[in-house]
Design a protein around this ligand. Structure first.
Ligand SMILES: [Zn+2]
Ligand SMILES: [Zn+2]
Length: 395
């Protein structure tokens, strides 16, 4: 394994290796103890598209911890491309409950279960003005909605990974701790976005201050508490022209979507000029709007800036912020970790009835016997052969 290193460096000879100036190959670099790697796994709009998922940022810390900030629609395919074993992806922080910020929780929940996560997920998220508008309500009903999924996987695989532990906190709390573990502190501040509940997060680790802003229009809490941060992620929407002409929104919606319940380029720039981060990241936009967004941001801010696209990566230390792109196979998934899941629980009721089981067509099942016998011998599964009790089984 190589140490993560800053971009650049020279090629030392005609047969030497070029330093990874532009590319991060997931799974090939060990973080330094005081380093944080942030990967944009979703940077787009609620109508996710093949080239751009909805909001999601994975934070990896030098101490080995990995925290997911928002997990919007379509983002799980980018998370999987990082080739991180499911057992290390158990902690999710939600900025608010719009689907473009949490819909792929379902994909992490079920996909991580089938690819080896041995434990429940943990979700941190804000309360709402009423209980039915809060994270605990959302997760309780998420689990109810996916009950069929839960019961069948719990019976066939193992039940524990199907649980979700919720840590709901007061959305009005101002810079209060919501997480404090192993040198990582996460605090929340209120955001202003379409209803009570949304928050942004301040993350501190190894003397670094990082900020993940969820959806918000310009707000006083962000300007006060993100000040002087090392790395600040904040949404930035294209202007009304884009939403009306290129996105097809009616004019009266176009100038409110960008600029009343979100933050446009000039407003984003104004915020960054005020808080002066070491590096600013804009997201929640579309690549075809980047030029217009950039002009807007640069009308009010001339500091360090990335306009995020999916799979953009930053390595952050006290020495600097390095931006690259992650390059990973499209087919990466289910990378195993060291821990094995517990076996299925005895005594759980079988979600399949005898009526359905009686429909099993023997010739189809028996056609697999040679393949399954080989597997049984190879892994010594003779005492766990599930076939002899079946009426169709022919040796
Ligand atoms: Zn939203
Ligand atoms: Zn959003």
């Amino acid at each position: 394994m190589r140490e993560a290193h800053a971009a650049g460096g020279v090629v030392t000879g005609p047969n030497a290796i070029a330093p990874d100036r532009y590319v991060y190959y997931p799974g090939t670099e060990v973080l330094a103890e005081d380093e944080v790697r942030v990967v944009a796994c979703g940077t787009g709009m609620p109508d996710q598209r093949r080239g751009q998922a909805s909001a999601c940022f994975v934070f990896e810390f030098g101490n080995g911890e990995k925290l997911i900030f928002d997990i919007g629609s379509g983002s799980m395919r980018n998370i999987n491309a990082l080739m991180i074993p499911a057992e290390y992806l158990t902690k999710v922080f939600l900025s608010h409950l719009h689907t473009d910020h949490w819909a792929d929780l379902s994909a992490l929940w079920a996909g991580g279960w089938t690819s080896g996560r041995p434990v429940p997920l943990e979700v941190w998220g804000p309360s709402g003005r009423e209980p039915e508008m809060g994270t605990a309500y959302a997760i309780e009903h998420f689990l109810e909605a996916f009950n069929w999924d839960y019961q069948t996987r719990a019976f066939k695989i193992t039940p524990a990974p199907g649980g979700i532990t919720v840590h709901e906190f007061d959305y009005r709390a101002e810079n209060a701790d919501v997480y404090d573990h192993d040198g990582i502190a996460v605090r929340s501040i209120p955001a202003i976005h379409t209803g009570d509940g949304p928050v942004s997060y301040i993350i501190e680790y190894a003397g670094l201050k990082l900020v993940f802003g969820g959806d918000t229009s310009p707000n006083k809490w962000f300007v006060e508490h993100a000040r002087d941060a090392d790395f600040v992620i904040h949404e930035a929407f294209p202007g009304p022209r884009f939403f009306q002409e290129d996105y097809g929104q009616p004019a009266q919606l176009a100038w409110r979507a960008c600029c009343e319940f979100h933050t446009s380029g000039p407003a984003f720039g104004k915020i960054m000029s005020q808080i002066a981060p070491r590096h600013a990241v804009a997201y929640h936009t579309l690549e075809e709007a980047h030029q217009e967004l950039l002009l807007g941001i640069r009308s009010t801010y001339d500091g360090p800036l990335s306009i995020a696209v999916d799979m953009m990566v930053w390595n952050i230390t006290k020495d600097g912020v390095q931006e690259r792109m992650a390059v990973s196979p499209d087919r990466a998934s289910a990378v195993p970790g060291p821990t094995r899941q517990p076996p299925p629980e005895r005594g759980r009721s079988d979600p399949m009835s005898d009526f359905i089981k009686a429909g099993e067509w023997g010739p189809g099942f028996n056609a697999q016997n040679e393949m399954l016998d080989e597997h049984m011998r190879k892994f010594d599964l003779q005492d766990r052969d599930w076939r002899p009790s079946k009426p169709w089984y022919k040796r």
